[in-house]
Design a protein around this ligand. Structure first.
Ligand SMILES: Nc1ncnc2c1ncn2[C@@H]1O[C@H](COP(=O)(O)OP(=O)(O)O)[C@@H](O)[C@H]1O
Ligand SMILES: [Mg+2]
Length: 297
């Protein structure tokens, strides 16, 4: 195996980065691919979702979306598990600390198992506080972690959930990536963020001397429209407008990710509602986006 590393990035938050990262990752895991999700966002939402999902899988007998008591108990269990991981320095914070105590030995990485083929490296709220101002020397930390722990050999895909700002966290994520995708809401202002992101990537990665010396080439896979209000003419018009604005510059995925009002309260992974016809549009869209992403690689 030689994992393909893909960053999910946008300068804006709330655009579906985390939702797509964990769900496309899970889709591929279900197809038998080995997937690692790296949570680089200090908001660590991917970590929270994956831990809760894991708790549900482990206690599958309890799976009952309507029983509040069971749901709260699962949240408590997963929160306690997270505290243990954080106390044991098993999060991305470790990568940025001055003395890296993670020994480059087999099985000593930070990967945590979610299910058979799905693993993740937990995020940490503390990274936003503890990363020093002068961190130019940290750009390669993720690349080095992958190399030291033979991580690329263990997985088919590594998905990085990036923070919604430009910092060493995003920089080191893209530095370690082969590809990136831009999840974006259908919002006429979103083009400002996309342009800013492209400028940053040109300056800090593509045209950077140190990056050029690595001989690597970060490739953009394009924009995925998320939280799309389907069957609304104005939404179609907005998508058309945005595509027109970027014609010749930026690619767009054909498949889009629909807005589903009850998504955050009912389930964590789309896979949990695969058999529920209420969510068939969401399920289909996750499958299509996954196929399209893979076909672009
Ligand atoms: N298909 C969807 N329909 C409705 N809400 C969604 C959908 N996907 C995600 N959300 C919600 O939108 C919010 C932002 O999504 P998230 O993936 O966390 O974005 P980001 O990582 O870019 O900040 C979350 O509250 C999430 O539950
Ligand atoms: Mg997020």
């Amino acid at each position: 195996m030689n994992a393909k590393v893909i960053s999910f990035v946008n300068m804006k938050g709330g655009v579906g980065k985390t939702t797509l990262t964990i769900n496309i990752g899970n889709e591929l895991a279900k197809k038998g691919k080995r997937v690692l999700i790296v949570d680089m966002d200090p908001q660590f939402n991917a970590t929270q979702s994956l831990l809760l999902y894991k708790t549900r899988l482990v206690n599958s007998g309890e799976a009952n979306f309507d029983n509040e008591e069971v749901l709260v108990n699962q949240e408590i269990k997963s929160t306690e598990y997270y505290k243990e991981l954080s106390n044991n320095k098993k999060t991305v914070l470790q990568l940025f600390e001055k003395t890296n105590i993670v020994e480059p030995l087999p099985n000593s990485g930070l990967d945590q198992k979610v299910s058979d083929n799905l693993y993740f490296i937990p995020g940490d709220l503390k990274v936003s506080k503890e990363i020093p101002g002068d961190n130019a020397n940290k750009v390669g930390v993720l690349t080095k972690h992958f190399a030291d722990n033979h991580i690329l050999e263990k997985y088919d895909y590594i998905f990085i959930d990036c923070p919604p700002t430009w910092s060493i966290l995003t920089h080191s994520s893209l530095f370690a990536s082969d590809y990136y995708v831009i999840p974006s809401k259908v919002d006429l202002y979103s083009s400002i963020g996309i342009k800013l992101l492209e400028e940053q990537i040109d300056e800090k990665i593509t045209n950077d001397t140190v990056y050029k010396m690595t001989g690597r080439k970060l490739k953009r896979l394009g924009v995925i429209f998320t939280l799309v209000h389907k069957k609304i003419k104005a939404e179609e018009d907005r998508m058309k407008y945005l595509k027109e604005e970027f014609r010749g510059d930026i690619e767009f995925f054909t498949s889009t990710f629909p807005h589903i009002p009850s998504i955050s309260t009912k389930f964590i992974m789309i896979d949990e509602v695969r058999e529920n016809s209420t969510y068939s549009e969401l399920v289909n869209s996750a499958e299509k986006i996954t196929d399209e992403l893979i076909s672009k690689i």
